[in-house]
Write a protein that binds this ligand. Structure first.
Ligand code: TIU
Length: 220
């Protein structure tokens, strides 16, 4: 057991039962021309955390933690994309439309790929998910269960959408969840701060929050 300085109180990490889960660090969310930008967002803040996530990933790999990568994407025939999701709002391009990085948010297209710096290694778990939460309509729970994982360390984008949704799903499934605050980002800085506050309020109603330095210093 390793004690990590965290909010609202220290997180007792068991490296043998913990996984790092990196949510949706895909070109579609962090590079111009992808899904995030078609929704009207400035993606530069999400791109800026890539080096921090890489440092966290390197440290967790070195410490022997299980690693999970998720990708929000849909089948080419859109059979797993509810019309209500595709038709939401008034984006420049919709899910499945052809953009500068291939078809928006479609599995196998260049835009749906994880950014080069964070490319999964052989043996790491990669989850393609049609929803915001990584447990919905995926085998993530089975993958974690067969490895005896009970603690999840969260990084990725965006804090209040896919990261928080997955954290809430995980919390309800009994996982202890730690969010790394400088390894996550939102298109809306105020939403990031609000999400972190919601997660740690009420005695850690959803989970804990710590910085990458807090964690890396302890698992090195
Ligand atoms: N739009 C937004 O903030 N996020 C998403 O659509 N997906 C994820 O957060 N990955």
């Amino acid at each position: 057991m390793v004690e990590i300085q965290a909010s609202p109180f220290p997180f007792r990490l068991d490296p043998a039962r913990a996984a790092l889960i990196i949510i949706d660090m895909q070109r579609d969310f962090v590079e111009p021309g992808g899904f995030g930008e078609t929704l009207g967002n400035d993606v530069s803040g999400c791109k800026a955390i890539v080096p921090v996530v890489r440092r966290l990933l390197d440290a967790c790999r070195e410490a022997g933690l299980a690693i999970v990568h998720t990708r929000e994407c849909h089948r080419p025939d859109l059979s797993d994309c509810p019309p209500a999701k595709r038709e939401r709002g008034n984006p420049g391009l919709r899910i499945g439309d052809l953009g500068p990085m291939g078809r928006i948010l479609i599995a196998g297209e260049p835009g749906a790929a994880i950014v080069d710096e964070l490319m999964p290694l052989p043996g790491e778990i990669v989850i393609d998910k049609p929803g915001k939460g990584a447990f919905y309509a995926t085998d993530l729970g089975d993958q974690l269960g067969k490895r005896g994982i009970t603690q999840l360390i969260f990084a990725g984008v965006t804090t209040e959408v896919c990261v928080q949704t997955t954290m809430r799903e995980a919390n309800d499934r009994g996982y202890e969840c730690l969010l790394i605050t400088d390894a996550t980002e939102s298109y809306f800085p105020e939403f990031k701060q609000a999400a972190i506050a919601m997660i740690v309020a009420q005695g850690g109603i959803v989970g804990w929050a710590a910085t990458s330095d807090d964690l890396i210093g302890k698992i090195a």
